[in-house]
Design a protein around this ligand. Sequence first.
Ligand SMILES: [Zn+2]
Length: 195
Amino acid sequence: MAKKKVQTKKKVQAKKRVQIKKKVVKRKETKKREEVKFIGQVTRIRQTDPATVVEWPRTVTHFHTYGMLSPFFEGLRKGELRATQCPNPKCAEKRLWIPPRAHCPDCHTEMIWKTLSNPVTGKVYAFTRVVYAGTGIELSTPYWQVDVEIPGLATIPKSYLLYGEPHIGMKVKAEFRTKKPTNTVLDYYWVPCEQ
Ligand SMILES: [Zn+2]
């Protein structure tokens, strides 16, 4: 009788052990379970009366490819102004394009790259005082937006004057933000170069 009791006790203990083991396994399974998580910023409630108003901060990272125009931005990082040119001998437009075009606007041939030799100089063709910049303009205001005529170009590109005050026909020189590049078109700008 006593022997049977001991055996029963052992059986009960073994059963419990199995149960505990099962529980542990169960807990582990729960840990492994993948759940959908909230990864955003908490939206704060600003007011509830007369209606709920929440403060919903959002930032957006925009992935933008420069595509076939990538050499232009590589050039800026190196302190070079690069333009494209139509290689088609039958095309009437032989001049350079800045902003660059991947394909010739006149004959649709794929363009080739040309690096303008430094120092790149030009003349102010037009200018505008920017006091209220549009969204996405990452320059301090006010600043002078300048359209500069560069010899050999089919275009009159827009950029900005780093300092000074422009006038029509003013001689300017291109400089580059190579130390801390923004990797945008803002990496080249003009500075006065009149004596
Ligand atoms: Zn062409």
